[in-house]
Write a protein that binds this ligand. Sequence first.
Ligand code: IMP
Length: 429
Amino acid sequence: MNLAVLGAQWGDEGKGKVVDLLAPRFSVVARYQGGHNAGHTVHVSGQKFVLHLIPSGILHPEITCVIGNGTVIDLDALLSEVEMLASLGIEVGDRLRISNNAHVIMPYHRDIELLAEARRGERKIGTTSRGIGPAYEDKIGRRGIRIGDLVDCSETGALAGIVRENVAARNRLISGAAMDWKVVLAQLAVSWERLSGWVTDSSLWLARARQAGQAILFEGAQGALLDIDHGTFPYVTSSNATVGGVCTGLGVPPSAIDRVLGVVKAYTTRVGEGPLPTELSGSSGDRLRESGQEYGASTGRPRRCGWFDAVAMRYAVRLNGIDALAVTKLDVLDGLKEIQVCTAYRKGSELLHDFPADSVVLASCEPVYETLPGWSWLTEGVQREEALPPEALAYVARLEELAGVPAVILSTGSDRIDTIFRDNEILGR
Ligand code: IMP
């Protein structure tokens, strides 16, 4: 059985922990979109790992990880991640495959992004400044550089011509810039030396793995509401974080996806700009932020926090065909007297039950809340369902009812062991 694990909110749902937990049931973990804008945090026996590009499955020595063609790769960031893992005793060795068709984030992409954000002023997206958007722009504009192109880094080759043109365009765009294309090309050659052993036709590799009966976990980054097509455009990332991205970003057919697990936090967060109907300001928002340690794993930025939004969740369930949910950070709600859940939006005199992805419309929506009782005893670190307070179980049951799918994993803390598995059937072995 192959399982897609993806974010059903605005990212940071706790996918890293969930993928790490489920990984031992699979032989392969494959990432299909995004880049090092993602920050997947995994805690194992008090040790914290933050992965940006390499799938969280790498922490398990028997698993092979794939970085698919739908991703964009900053070569230095990738190599630093390999080094960071080695320093913590995790050898990547031959357990990594990188698609030859994945696009490279070039040094000029970051500069272009900073310029674009500055030019947008008040309308800025609040990106992670990792060069993600400009790298995808070059891919769509058919001037991007794929990892496989690095096989010939000679100054007379085809790649050299593209690098020369792209660097010249960037120098024209940024006043005072004098990037030297030969230096850029030489850097690519150095990276290729170190990476080439992992580069392959990953679509073919995955097809063979499937033929050999290996089970694959497809790992999403960001979240459904940040999807370039279905998210709150333009306040989105530049890739397809929804389930369609699995097929296009890895070169696997839809029939390869047996089940879809949506990861949601027990409340909502968002980093960067864009509408967030259930956002809490003042001390209520601060309480969630501090208690949930809601600071970006990649950028350190404070996350905006709010109540659970069931309208947005239903949208994510519909878009992705989510079969089941993993609900994370339930413990962050410990001690609250009352908990609110948004069940609809009010827009003027209209009551909306369907999520309007249009960010202008969404910004004009007011949440309609249902109030549920909180719980006074701690769920933090609880590993058995019977040990949860009845109010916490009632809260989860209400989320399930609103989503129309079961919550099969409940996470009550950052460590692997702080987890309740409720239905293993849906999750594979
Ligand atoms: P970009 O992906 O850096 O272009 O950023 C576009 C938007 O997506 C911004 O609002 C970012 O804060 C958001 N974003 C990108 N990656 C993540 C992530 O891993 N978690 C949460 N938000 C993200």
